[in-house]
Design a protein around this ligand. Structure first.
Ligand SMILES: [Zn+2]
Length: 90
């Protein structure tokens, strides 16, 4: 999950709903525009939530690579491979 994309979507959603409520007192076309922004926000948030599998398939926890031998955590797969080679001789 890309949290910043989800947050961006939620902000758009809130802005759209807020805009729809605000423009509720003026011509209808602006309300539709604000609702459109809210729908875009929902789509962006959903896309952000669905990007989970594409970011790092081999990571067990959020953006982290854990050594299966000793449980040490690394920020990248290359660092983990280097550690595995150096510490465990694999
Ligand atoms: Zn290790």
């Amino acid at each position: 999950m890309k949290m910043y994309i989800v947050i961006l979507g939620v902000i758009l959603l809130i802005a759209g709903i807020g805009g729809a409520a605000y423009y509720g007192f003026v011509p209808r076309t602006r309300v539709y525009g604000a609702i459109g922004v809210a729908i875009v926000g929902i789509v962006v948030a959903a896309l952000g939530a669905m990007t989970k599998t594409t970011t790092s398939a081999s990571a067990t926890t959020t953006g982290q690579f854990t050594c299966t031998k000793c449980g040490a955590k690394f920020g990248s797969e290359a660092a983990l491979n280097q550690h595995t080679k150096d510490k465990h001789g694999m």
